[in-house]
Design a protein around this ligand. Structure first.
Ligand SMILES: [Zn+2]
Ligand SMILES: [Zn+2]
Ligand SMILES: [Zn+2]
Length: 137
């Protein structure tokens, strides 16, 4: 299958972003993308709560005292407010500078859609041909 031009452009942008981060922080944690937290979505099912909500658990790197970004195990400092800061790479909790999440393209869906459209066209063509044959008797 082939990717659309837009998809390839997005992939290229992703690669550039990724390499930019990776060249600075080659030892970042692959699990949390260097953010230190694992975000998940859940519906607490509570009355009065707005549907699906965002939750975050500390990643295991942070829990074992490893900096999510530079991967050192001796550089995290707990601050007075209970959050962590790395005094080697400057990482802190809630940083927006994280590795871009894996790029996922949707070309496959578009591809299937195109196939479907082609099948429809063939059906239509067959139908027309049959009609034509019927008419010609
Ligand atoms: Zn992690
Ligand atoms: Zn660090
Ligand atoms: Zn694609």
């Amino acid at each position: 299958m082939k990717h659309t031009k837009n998809c390839l452009k997005n992939q290229l942008a992703w690669v550039n972003q990724f390499l930019d981060y990776f060249s600075k922080h080659p030892n970042y944690c692959r699990k949390c993308n260097g953010s230190g937290e694992l975000v998940y979505y859940e519906n607490p099912g509570d009355q009065g709560m707005p549907g699906v909500m965002e939750f975050a658990d500390p990643c295991e790197c942070l829990e074992s005292g490893i900096c999510p970004r530079c991967g050192r195990n001796d550089s995290l400092h707990e601050c007075a407010d209970g959050t962590y800061l790395c005094y080697v790479c400057g990482w802190d909790e809630g940083t927006k500078e994280v590795a871009p999440p894996m790029y996922e393209c949707s070309c496959h869906e578009e591809y299937e859609w195109n196939c479907q459209q082609q099948e429809d066209e063939e059906d239509w063509y067959n139908y027309m041909q049959e009609t034509q044959e019927l008419r010609n008797g």
